[in-house]
Unconditional design. Structure first.
Length: 796
RNA sequence: GGGCCCAUAGUCUAGUGGUUUAUGACGCCACCCUUACAAGGUGGAUGUCCCCAGUUCGAAUCUGGGUGGGCCCACCA
């Protein structure tokens, strides 16, 4: 047999990935009777490449899934890509140098679909090359026909259940992207601004109000003061004259006013911020729209009409300075909401939108959250926190070009919506016509809805998108509810919550039994990675430099839910473990060529190792059942490096090299058992190297479909371990002596005298000590005795 | 401002009341070519367990308060 001296990770990893795909190692078997473990895999957004956070969290899930597979589950582990919505639009606009707003809509959609097809394989390849054990044939894209159909079906079902409505409502608006946004799509940004003290007129008296947005004066519909504000409460009920525009507005008392802020008096505009919306609703205030959808002033702004918002602000400030209506300006820094993709300050505008009504279901959602098993458990409170804080129904419409269209048309005559038939889905109302027209309507009497769904409206259906691939199969019912939802903590309020909402509405049950929440991968300083900071680490580079297994080893070093700072040293440590495994397996294999499969005559040191091994199996298995995969890293690594490699192997070397007898057979048995078990325990974390060594030295079939080791309880013994540990202490003391005297470890002392109160326990390990220290003459003795030659060791 | 989480050697980390003179790794220092491995081995040095107070016979561990950091929410006139 030609032996390779070194492990070529890059070569081996690619070879095994191809092997797994060819052999269908991770294929879900719909015909199997084994219990199913199903995973609602997060579909990553096709944005060109996998980032380190992906590598981190997908590895953590993969470890759990690989464990379940080895435990005998029929694993359903699909893979999808999320190629819906704004992210894709932006990607296409950038790479293809086009503007969606300046193109024919269908042409743009075709370009998106076409581009996605070409970049998707390469994108998915990053996941494959990490050794993620998804069944790549169970695939969905959130924009393909299958998903569009399910998403539209979901909408129609909610219509039927009276859970959706269309309404003119104030929505968060991005004037650059020209669409409604959800709370999720906002970012905070600190900006320099001015607090402008401006004068409203109470008859002849000046009332000073501070505002950062004087250009909204044309939209001013009321003025508010705090009901307990002694200074200003006498104004309540009066009508004030708005500067510049001279219309009159009422003064109303409301406790949402902070009397300490500004002058303690606030103007309410429709709309400046969220509080304005609340007041607008609570006091039935008029609507005065000052801003257009593309961020310019309306005719209401009179001389400023048509100006972009910021320009209008400057102009109105200058004019008010001249007129004396602006009495003071204070420079401030304040936080404003900007669109996460456009970076532009958001506005609140009223526009017709589709909503999912769910505020009435708050209690159901809280109860459902309690029924889920959360790992780690404390993540549940983030969910509760969000549900308790819900203020608005879910706005699911977006005024974008690329996405899943609403299956809706409107009657030109009545304005009533006309819904698609569920058997004509997926539909694009821009191209298709409704199956049934309302009475007295021809096709010319209808107009299509041009809005598309919020991406969450579709991605909240991932359990359905994945399992409905098996809809016509008898296994379908068993796939839901799914066993596991893995995801990161930042999107608990969106993806997790929305998925639960849809599942409760459609199926009246939770979409999964368990959720596993992973943390974030941070840069080496523990800071969030972002392109603008330039601290992005590409997992592909690390994979190429070290190996996929090393990358996984790093990812497995942080507890579920904890963030992990990038550390290249961990990759070096991982490489070391991988090399060590390789060498240990080679050594073991060398001595197993004539192994007959028997147990031989076990020596005390053999029982010591077997006890440690079985204890490790027991704790690691138990931990993995609780999603605590870090134990693999902590316990298996420790067992393998310390007990097995550093001590046991050094001790049994001379038995393995020695003549064929029962003692040698026992050593072969233990070494083979330990190697096989260690490989299996490491397999979820290091799938490539363990497969390589398992198939070379253990079995000719995949380690990943082999059975997870079971701990043999009767082999675990506290006493044996304690006594063996003493022997290891003696060996360590001898090594220390050699090290301090500058002697080679091979050096043979004439005699070693051990002083210990545990002579009886050590007695049985003398042959092991002798072998590891290369010294034949070992005896017990007293410290006081004069020893003429050799080494004296004291152990207690 | 509110909720949740985190804080252990230069760095990462184990440890949820006594078994700990705190675990392992990286890094550092010294020695060693030893029949798996020099991409190695053996040994060594390195800690106010964030701070203060309390509970307890005993606290890294429990309680309260503080400081620093993270995520989410709210505010952002």
């Amino acid at each position: 047999m030609e032996e390779k001296k070194r492990y070529d990770a890059a070569e081996a990893e690619e070879r095994w990935q191809k092997y797994w795909e060819k052999e269908g190692t991770y294929a879900f078997d719909p015909d199997s009777d084994k219990p199913i473990y199903s995973v609602d895999t997060p579909p990553p957004t096709v944005s060109g490449e996998m980032h380190l956070g992906h590598a981190f969290s997908y590895t953590q899930t993969d470890i759990i899934v690989r464990f379940k597979r080895m435990k005998g589950f029929n694993v359903f582990y699909p893979f999808g890509t999320d190629d819906n919505g704004l992210a894709t639009e932006r990607l296409i606009e950038k790479t293809k140098k086009v503007k969606a707003s300046k193109m024919d809509r269908q042409e743009f959609i075709d370009l998106c679909l076409e581009t996605l097809e070409t970049i998707r394989p390469e994108f998915v390849q990053d996941w494959k090359s990490l050794g993620i054990s998804c069944d790549w044939n169970v695939f969905y894209s959130t924009i393909n026909d299958h998903s569009r159909k399910i998403s539209q079906q979901s909408f129609l079902d909610l219509v039927k259940k009276d859970r959706v409505y269309r309404k003119e409502a104030p929505v968060i608006w991005d004037t650059q992207m020209q669409t409604a946004l959800s709370q999720v799509e906002l970012e905070d940004q600190e900006q320099d601004s001015y607090f402008n003290d401006i004068t409203f007129k109470d008859g002849g008296k000046d009332i000073i109000i501070a505002t950062t947005r004087p250009e909204l004066l044309c939209s001013c519909v009321a003025v508010f003061v705090h009901p307990d504000d002694e200074k200003h409460k006498k104004l309540v009920g009066k009508e004030l004259e708005v500067p510049v525009y001279h219309h009159k507005v009422k003064v109303i008392a409301d406790k949402r006013v902070d009397p300490e802020k500004g002058t303690g008096i606030v103007m309410c505009c429709t709309f400046g911020d969220q509080t304005d919306i609340e007041w607008y609703k609570a006091y039935d205030l008029p609507l005065r729209v000052g801003i257009t959808k593309d961020g310019k002033m309306t005719d209401l702004a009179e001389k400023y009409a048509g100006m972009p918002i910021k320009e209008a602000r400057k102009a109105i400030i200058e004019d008010m300075k001249k007129s004396g209506e602006l009495v003071n300006q204070k420079k401030i820094k304040h936080i404003v909401n900007v669109g996460e993709r456009s970076g532009v300050e958001i506005e609140i505008l009223e526009s017709p939108q589709w909503f999912v009504r769910y505020l009435d279901l708050r209690d159901t959602f809280l109860k459902s959250g309690k029924k889920l098993k959360w790992y780690p458990d404390h993540m549940r409170s983030r969910y509760d926190n969000w549900v308790n804080g819900l203020q608005w129904d879910w706005c699911i419409s977006r005024q974008r070009y690329f996405g899943v269209p609403f299956p809706v048309w409107y009657s030109k005559k009545t304005g009533e919506p006309i819904f698609a038939d569920s058997d004509q889905l997926p539909v694009d109302p821009l191209k298709d016509k409704p199956k049934k027209l309302p009475k007295d309507h021809t096709e010319d009497d209808i107009i299509p809805e041009t809005d598309v769904f919020d991406t969450w409206a579709t991605s909240s259906l991932t359990p359905d998108l994945a399992t409905q691939l098996f809809k016509d199969h008898k296994v379908f019912k068993k796939l839901q509810p799914m066993s596991l939802r893995p995801q990161a903590h930042d999107i608990i309020s969106f993806w997790l919550f929305n998925t639960l909402v849809k599942s409760q509405m459609h199926h009246k049950r939770n979409p999964w039994e368990t959720v596993a929440i992973s943390g974030w991968a941070l840069d080496a300083k523990g800071k969030k990675m972002s392109k603008s900071k330039g601290n992005v680490i590409h997992p592909q580079e690390m994979r190429d430099k070290y190996s996929a297994d090393a990358l996984r080893f790093w990812a497995s070093s942080s507890k579920l839910g904890d963030d992990l700072a990038f550390s290249e040293r961990e990759f070096i440590a991982a490489s070391r473990t991988i090399t060590k495994l390789w060498n240990l397996a080679r050594f073991t294999g060398m001595h197993l060529e004539d192994y007959d499969g028997g147990e031989g005559e076990l020596q005390p040191i053999d029982r010591w190792l077997l006890s440690r091994l079985n204890r490790t199996v027991a704790t690691v298995t138990d931990a993995l059942e609780n999603y605590d995969y870090v134990r693999i890293r902590l316990d298996v690594d420790k067992f393998f490096m310390q007990s097995l490699a550093d001590n046991y192997l050094e001790i049994v070397k001379d038995r393995l090299y020695g003549e064929k007898n029962e003692s040698r057979t026992a050593a072969q048995y233990v070494v083979k058992t330990a190697l096989t078990t260690v490989l299996k325990l490491f397999a979820p974390v290091l799938p490539h190297i363990t497969e390589e060594l398992y198939q070379e030295y253990c079995e000719k079939s995949s380690i990943h479909t082999s059975s997870w080791p079971e701990a043999t309880k009767k082999l675990i013994s506290d006493d044996i371990e304690k006594h063996g540990d003493l022997a290891v202490k003696v060996i360590s003391a001898v090594r220390k002596a050699k090290s301090q005297q500058g002697l080679s470890l091979k050096h043979e002392f004439n005699k070693i005298t051990i002083e210990s109160s545990s002579e009886k326990e050590l007695e049985a390990f003398l042959p092991a000590i002798s072998a590891a220290t290369k010294t034949k003459d070992i005896a017990f003795g007293k410290a006081k005795e004069e020893i003429e030659e050799g080494l004296k060791i004291s152990i207690d």
